[in-house]
Structures are given as structure tokens and as C-alpha cells.
Design a protein around this ligand. Structure first.
Ligand code: G3H
Ligand code: 13P
Ligand code: NA
Ligand code: ZN
Length: 328
């Protein structure tokens, strides 16, 4: 059944687990997520970005998610709009039937320019008023996402500030977070605690302090009833990078957020964990390997089936690690 994200995150908070929010663009991703949720008895958050709507078309995305609900009626599904850049964008998603929207007022409508606090409060509060009237949940964002190592937002497709940020800019302020939640009434808050979007988060192998767990604790202590969201939470599996590069890919050395650190964040109020890049890496690796090993095959179902298996296994691993499994 399609349910609101608030309801799902409230349950996660009560029982102390996290829920991965996977980005969805096509049938194979949707099927991989649902098969993994079915195998592990997990609730599902699927989210669609502006890029996804551009790729698949909003009606196709909507029906993809509704088809998942129809085929897996026993799995709770929240249909979330990722990184809305204005109240108008969020309104269109609500009209399309999304049960949750993100109003990302940390950046301007171009998705790049860091905006001020008052702008963020204004667009987020307006979105909450509209969404709550329709029973739809709202995620806001406060702070500029960026890697604590490189100081870069690390965006690939148009979401993220440009240029190098300093450490204070990269960490959400707990007092400001409390004021923001009070002024907007958001259901969930995306915070900057050291993550960044895309595959290029860290240049060195992680040593266990990729995230500022300390800052997560401080924010959670200040706003214990607000569900915290971690964007940029792909772990960039080294095994998939090796497969990609073994079969003709050229991806330079790079590292993501270790699953163990995400699990630590979940202990301190993180409830929604956004993952897109890992599914991209798994599907690319699966396709490259299959086509290299089966050069005479030309039925797309053969190599796309490999992507479903690869992504499904990755989703299962996250559902298990985050404690989502068993909570559908
Ligand atoms: O937040 C960014 C997500 O990874 C979505 O990326 O805009 O390329 O669909 P996208
Ligand atoms: P990754 O690029 O780390 O997968 O993050 C995705 C994300 O935050 C989507 O909003
Ligand atoms: Na989101
Ligand atoms: Zn994001």
C-alpha cells in the first residue's frame, strides 16, 4: 500500500532503524527494490528526482511506482519527490499522487546557488502548508552538503553548491535546525554532516570519521522528534568499481560513505538514507560484465536482468544493515 513517509519514519524512530530511500528511474530499479523489500520484509521509500522525471516522464514514473504497489500489496511504499526546487514543483508532484515531497530550499531554483535561511524557511513553510493539507509529508534541507575531506558538494547532475566550502559551512548548525523546524513544521530534515552526492566523495580510503557523528548527535539532541535524513549516502562499493574497470570502464579511485558509519548515524536519529549512485554502479558493472562475457547476446532482457539481480542484492544488504528488514 502507498503510505505517507511520516508514518513510515515514525515507526522507524520508534523501533530505532533506518530506511534507505532509493532513487528510481526505470523498471529495473523499481523491480530490484521491490524484490529486495519482499525478500527482507522491508518498508520501501522510492524517490524520483527532476532528472528521473525528465528521463522516464512523470506519468511513467508514477505508474511504475503504482505498479509496484499493485504487485507487492503487502509492502508499504512511500512515493517521494527528491530535491524539489520550488513550492510549485512540489505542488505538481502532490497532484501526481506523491505521498511525500522534498522542498530543498538550501539551494535556489537552479539547484546550485546556496540560499539564505529566510528564503529557505519561506519556501519550505509554504510547501508544508500545502502538503499537509493533502496528507503529504515534507522533507526540508538545512545546510550545504559537501565532503568533509574535499570541501566539495560533489554533485553530478545539477544538485549541489559550486566551489569549495569550509568546515562550518559543511555542518548544519543545531540551533538553526531547531529554529528551522519550529518555523516550518517539516516532517523530516536533511542535514549536512559530511556527505556529498555522486561517486566522488572521498579520494582516500575511509578511516572511520567520514561523517561528523558528533554533529548528528548534537542535532538529534536538539530536535529529537524530527526525523533526520542523510543525502549522498552511497558507499561506492569497491567490488563494483573493480568489475566496471575490469570490463572496459574507466572510473578513477574513489570512496563513499562506509555502511558502518551510516549505521552509527541511525543510532542517533537518522531515519532516511538516500542512495542513488550505488545502484548506478551496480547496474553498470552488471551490464559491462555480461556483455563482455556474452559478446553475441543482443536481447536487452538478458543484460537488464543482470542489473536487477545486482541492484537487488545491494538493496538487500542495505535493508539488512540499516535494520529495515522485518519491519514491513
Ligand atoms: O540527489 C541526486 C540524485 O542522485 C538524483 O540524481 O538528478 O541525476 O537523477 P539525478
Ligand atoms: P548518492 O549520490 O550518494 O547515492 O546520494 C543520492 C541522494 O542523496 C539522492 O537525493
Ligand atoms: Na529526498
Ligand atoms: Zn540528495
Amino acid at each position: 500500500a502507498l503510505i505517507s513517509m511520516r508514518q513510515m519514519l515514525d515507526h522507524a524512530a520508534e523501533y530505532g532503524y533506518g530506511i534507505p530511500a532509493f532513487n528510481v528511474n526505470n523498471l529495473e530499479q523499481m523491480r530490484a527494490i521491490m524484490e529486495a523489500a519482499d525478500a527482507t520484509d522491508s518498508p520501501v521509500i522510492v524517490q524520483a528526482s527532476a532528472g528521473a522525471r525528465k528521463y522516464a516522464g512523470a506519468p511513467f514514473l508514477r505508474h511504475l511506482i503504482l505498479a509496484a504497489v499493485e504487485e507487492f500489496p503487502h509492502i508499504p511504499v512511500a512515493m517521494h519527490q527528491d530535491h524539489g526546487t520550488s513550492p510549485a514543483v512540489c505542488q505538481r508532484s502532490i497532484q501526481l499522487g506523491f505521498s511525500s515531497v522534498m522542498m530543498d530550499g538550501s539551494l535556489g531554483e537552479d539547484g546550485k546557488t546556496p540560499m539564505d535561511y529566510d528564503y529557505n524557511v519561506n519556501v519550505t513553510r509554504r510547501t508544508v502548508e500545502m502538503a499537509h493539507a493533502c496528507g503529504v509529508s515534507v522533507e526540508g534541507e538545512l545546510g550545504c552538503l559537501g565532503s568533509l575531506e574535499t570541501g566539495m558538494a560533489g554533485e553530478e547532475d545539477g544538485i549541489g553548491a559550486e566551489g569549495k566550502l569550509d568546515r562550518e559551512q559543511l555542518l548544519t548548525d543545531p540551533e538553526e535546525a531547531a529554529a528551522f523546524v519550529k518555523a516550518t513544521h517539516v516532517d523530516a530534515l536533511a542535514i549536512a554532516i559530511g556527505t556529498s552526492h555522486g561517486a566522488y566523495k572521498f579520494t582516500q580510503p575511509p578511516t572511520g570519521d567520514t561523517l561528523s557523528i558528533q554533529r548528528i548527535k548534537e542535532i538529534h539532541a536538539r530536535i529529537p522528534d524530527t526525523h533526520l535524513v542523510m543525502h549522498g549516502s552511497s558507499s561506492v562499493p569497491q567490488a563494483w568499481l573493480e568489475v566496471i574497470n575490469q570490463y572496459g570502464g574507466e572510473i578513477p579511485e574513489t570512496y563513499g560513505v562506509p555502511v558502518a558509519e551510516i549505521v552509527e548515524g541511525i543510532k542517533h536519529g537518522v531515519r532516511k538514507v538516500n542512495i542513488d549512485t550505488d545502484l548506478r554502479l551496480a547496474s553498470t558493472g552488471a551490464v559491462r560484465r555480461f556483455l563482455a562475457e556474452n559478446p553475441s547476446e543482443f536481447d536487452p532482457r538478458k543484460f537488464l536482468k543482470e542489473t536487477v539481480t545486482a541492484m537487488r542484492d545491494l538493496c538487500i544488504a542495505r535493508y539488512e544493515a540499516f535494520g529495515t528488514a522485518g519491519n514491513a
